[in-house]
Design a protein around this ligand. Sequence first.
Ligand SMILES: [Zn+2]
Length: 404
Amino acid sequence: MVNDKMVNKKALALLLDPEKADLSRLTFSPEACPDYIFVGGSTGGDTTAFVRALKDRLSAQAGLGRPPVILFPGNAAQFTPEADGILFLSLLSGTNPEYLVGQQIRSARAIRDSQIRSISTAYILIDGGVETSTMRVTGTLPLNPGSAEGIQTIIDTCIAAELMGKEAIYLEAGSGAKTPISSDIIAAVRSHTSATLIVGGGIRTPEAMNAAYAAGADIVVIGNHFESHPEELKDFIKDLKDSKDPKASATDERFMRLALAEAQKALQKDEIPIGCVIVSQGQIIGRGHNLTETLADVTAHAEMQAITAASQTVGGKYLPDSTLYVTVEPCPMCAGAIGWAQINRIVYGAPDPKRGYTTYAPRVFHPKSSVSNGVLEDECRALMQRFFISKRKSGLSPQNGIFR
Ligand SMILES: [Zn+2]
């Protein structure tokens, strides 16, 4: 449950340090509640007692829909089975074995036995202009975003994280950071990973949060400020919900990059590399990639997977006011499904003259829908060409012998 929400929704997480937060002054309501509460700190505090008290307070004030309480531990001692989940962090920006794997080994058995949801997370410190307690405790330096080389290292660290199988990447500027992680860095990382992207440190305004979301963050973490001003949380969340995404014209390229990231997943499974995301109000409500070989199912095209996922997210079969991004022109089957779902905007990358819907069923979409194409067309096409060239070289061709 935690995972589904984390993947599909632009979310707000409130970070509370058991040693600093004054629970008695925090006010939650069903209308103004963060999506997650992260609990953790660099040093200590009684995490078990804090999480119990926090859950009681949340249940009393926010009711049944209380947000999950997720541990964000600074060390193994901060684990408690009272939480709903844990970010199983590994500090990949530094090379201190104690925080890469040592603390993890110490807490592994207790976490597994508790059966709480563990989210494998790469924790990446990025210089935010202040010395943080994490730097002192772990004896590591943050990555420096101030040069092209530094940015390359940040991106490469995130690529390594994904290759290691991390479900989430947490970009941290540090609590009390002078400068939050820049939109450029977030967008650069986003274009290289499909992992859940968590961004925190130095974010104090709804504008800064919206900028992070627009650049590709899935979860934005606020904290520090609300530990000393907890009464302001309610208004902050209201302001955030009222504010519109400043980049509502949100670059089609950004979402097509996410569709390309899905296509990469298909490629890794030796499937024809086509990926798809469905977006509503700036949020991804469904994603999918081609799985016809894996599932031995000719209907398992990327768009079909994404439509099914989106329908589950919204809890209904129609997806009006949403945009579907797919790396290659849909086939007649998928175009039919897109029409049935009443998706009103379709954006595709590369055309498919052989199998695309325009050849067979150009009027298949809902009459009010609009279609754009050619977004990141070269990259979408290159991915397909690379796949088919490698297949020809290896003497193998996809079993169904058609485009996908
Ligand atoms: Zn299709």
